[in-house]
Design a binder for this molecule. Structure first.
Ligand SMILES: [Zn+2]
Length: 62
């Protein structure tokens, strides 16, 4: 009994990656249908300082 195994490892090819746009660090993974790549920002001070450059077209909500 208790022979059930987690199916997590059976679907490793179908997940989304959240990468840092500056250093490509894998920040997180998401259970999605198909492989997806999302870009975000990691906790590195280096990346955060890069992100702080006020030069992009503003896309802030309000
Ligand atoms: Zn980073």
């Amino acid at each position: 009994m208790g022979a059930e195994r987690a199916e997590v490892y059976g679907s490793r090819e179908n997940y989304g990656l959240v990468l840092c746009r500056h250093c490509n660090e894998i920040i997180d993974t998401l259970p999605t249908n198909g492989v997806k790549k999302l870009y975000s920002l990691c906790d590195s001070e280096r990346c955060r300082s890069l992100q702080a450059v006020p030069s992009d077209i503003g896309e802030e909500p309000a």
